[in-house]
Design a protein around this ligand. Structure first.
Ligand code: DQA
Length: 138
């Protein structure tokens, strides 16, 4: 099964960015520990700071791959276009947030993705990505 992990803006800074909120591990390092947990799956990681590139990637994989784990970063709270893309594709999307967005600023409480997602994992740290992949493969 083919699974895409899709990270949005500023998530390339994981490990260096606000480590008290997001931890001190880079996503590249975490991804190396994640892959061997799922030898039966083909895991691919893509990150972009550009909304259009995220849309293009959703369109590219969203009719043939088996699952998408999406952390759209701050676009979660602003992007009607990403919400529309999820409605438009066939592949199930699980929304992940490393931090508990509901315990943070009110502008992080609304997501344009949640209503379109197959499921949501929030506030579980990087472990949320593993649990999302597990759910997509189950
Ligand atoms: C985030 C939460 C968002 O509110 C924030 O803009 C991010 C990261 C998370 O993983 O906790 O960039 O999606």
């Amino acid at each position: 099964k083919r699974i895409l992990i899709l990270n949005g803006p500023n998530l390339n800074l994981l490990g260096r960015r606000e480590p008290e909120i997001y931890g001190s591990q880079t996503f590249e390092d975490y991804f190396e520990t994640l892959k061997p947990l799922f030898p039966e799956a083909e895991l691919t990681y893509f990150q972009s700071n550009h909304e259009g590139a995220i849309l293009d990637k959703l369109h590219e994989v969203g009719f043939s791959w088996d699952g998408i784990v999406l952390n759209a970063g701050a676009y979660t709270h602003t992007s009607i276009a990403i919400g529309d893309a999820i409605s438009g594709i066939k592949t199930p999307v699980i929304e992940v947030h490393i931090s508990n967005v509901h315990a943070r600023e009110p502008y992080r409480h609304h997501s344009y993705i949640s209503a379109k997602a197959a499921g949501i994992l929030v506030g579980l740290g990087l472990k949320g990505y593993e649990l999302a992949v597990r759910a997509l493969l189950a």
